[in-house]
Design a protein. Structure first.
Length: 378
């Protein structure tokens, strides 16, 4: 693109609308892209509806060409909880979209990095939308396949633009696909039986919807403890978790959410959610009305939601090394088909989590997609 590019901060509702609108235009002819609902994106970027803003700041930017057409977007992000835990001077970028033009990408990254420097930060990592507890990571392999629910999708050239700008890969994350036809059930069952014999007081139960708020508090406590030493982990605040619970209540299926208890005390959990992207892919403009909702309901009814995704699993530290996670995986993979889910995506799994990676390989899971987080100094 030879014409000059102007990058300016989002300041008005009209700017925000153009910010939200851009991906629906960019990916309109990309079959594998699944449109997020516009209302959900708007809620994420709204300080009145997203508790992230209680400790964080998001500054969106728009890139426009000489005619005033939006050709790219980015957000510079300060995550207060990240800085409180790590004190590493890192800010974040997210919501990154651009036409296939490196000039636009560089202008957007320049703006985000300059803003973060003004906040006194010394490094930048991303993409995070707006945190690792939300949709995060850059797709780097698997562009011909639709993303699972709450997983990102982007054009292949984004990685090249980031690396040319000086970003390096900070972490690789994997999405594993496990289908009932190929899972080594007998091997998994034998391992689980051994684990259960060694832990006779440990039992498993499904989520109890009649006390979902109580179960949610246990899950948050276990999650923040179990994930505390994982790369990039930032604890969810109670408000952020309640926000997540409110969203999940609308889609959760208690048949695929499990809690492990030791003599009645919760010690581990796994959360799988129906892959609603199988239906949302028919709502290309991200609007439920007037046509989106009928299409969504029709796809859910006639096409079926036959896959799930497991985004969260955690075991209290004192129970690490006992293989209890195998019980949670077993329940999801073996019991899932009884609830109508023939396959499950385990995502994402950090490249540093060799124990889980080896376990997924062993039981017949296959790598379906590769994601990464990138970082550079400011």
């Amino acid at each position: 693109m030879t014409a000059p590019i102007t990058v300016r901060p989002v300041r008005s509702r009209a700017d925000l609308k153009r910010f939200i609108d851009l991906p629906y235009r960019l990916y309109h002819d990309t079959p594998a892209w699944v449109a997020p609902l516009r209302r959900d994106v708007g809620r994420t970027l709204n300080p009145k509806t997203n508790p992230f803003f209680e400790h964080g700041t998001i500054q969106p930017f728009l890139a426009e060409d000489a005619r005033g057409t939006v050709v790219g977007r980015i957000a510079a992000i300060v995550n207060g909880m990240h800085l409180k835990k790590y004190d590493d001077g890192n800010g974040f970028f997210g919501f990154f979209e651009t036409i296939e033009d490196e000039t636009v990408a560089r202008a957007l990254l320049d703006a985000a990095c300059a803003w973060l420097r003004q906040q006194g930060l010394t490094g930048v990592r991303g993409p995070a939308n707006p945190s690792l507890n939300d949709t995060a990571g850059l797709l780097v392999d698997g562009f011909d396949r639709e993303p699972s629910i709450l997983m990102p999708y982007n054009f292949p050239y984004y990685e090249d633009y980031l690396t040319r700008y000086g970003f390096e890969r900070a972490m690789t994350m994997w999405a594993y696909y496990v289908h009932k036809k190929y899972v080594r059930v007998d091997k998994l069952r034998r391992g689980v039986e051994i684990v259960r014999r060694r832990n006779p007081t440990v039992t498993v139960r499904k989520l109890d919807m009649s006390r979902i708020d109580e179960d949610a508090r246990h899950v948050l406590d276990i999650y923040n403890e179990a994930w505390s030493e994982n790369w990039g982990h930032v604890p969810m605040t109670p408000a952020e978790f309640q926000h997540l619970v409110r969203d999940l209540k609308q889609i959760v299926d208690p048949e695929i959410v499990y809690i492990l208890e030791d003599a009645g005390t919760p010690i581990a959990f796994s959360v799988a959610i129906p892959n609603l992207n199988l239906a949302l892919k028919h709502v290309r403009d991200g609007r439920l009305l007037p046509l989106g909702l009928p299409r969504l309901l029709g796809a859910s009814t006639f096409g079926g939601i036959y896959e799930c995704r497991m985004p969260l699993m955690g075991v209290r530290k004192k129970y690490h090394g006992r293989g209890l996670d195998s019980i949670l995986i077993y329940e999801t993979i073996v019991r899932g088909p009884q609830a109508g889910y023939d396959a499950c995506e385990m995502s994402w799994v950090l490249d540093s989590n060799k124990v889980l990676l080896n376990a997924l390989h062993s039981l017949g899971g296959v790598v379906d997609k590769e994601y990464a987080m990138f970082e550079r100094s400011l």
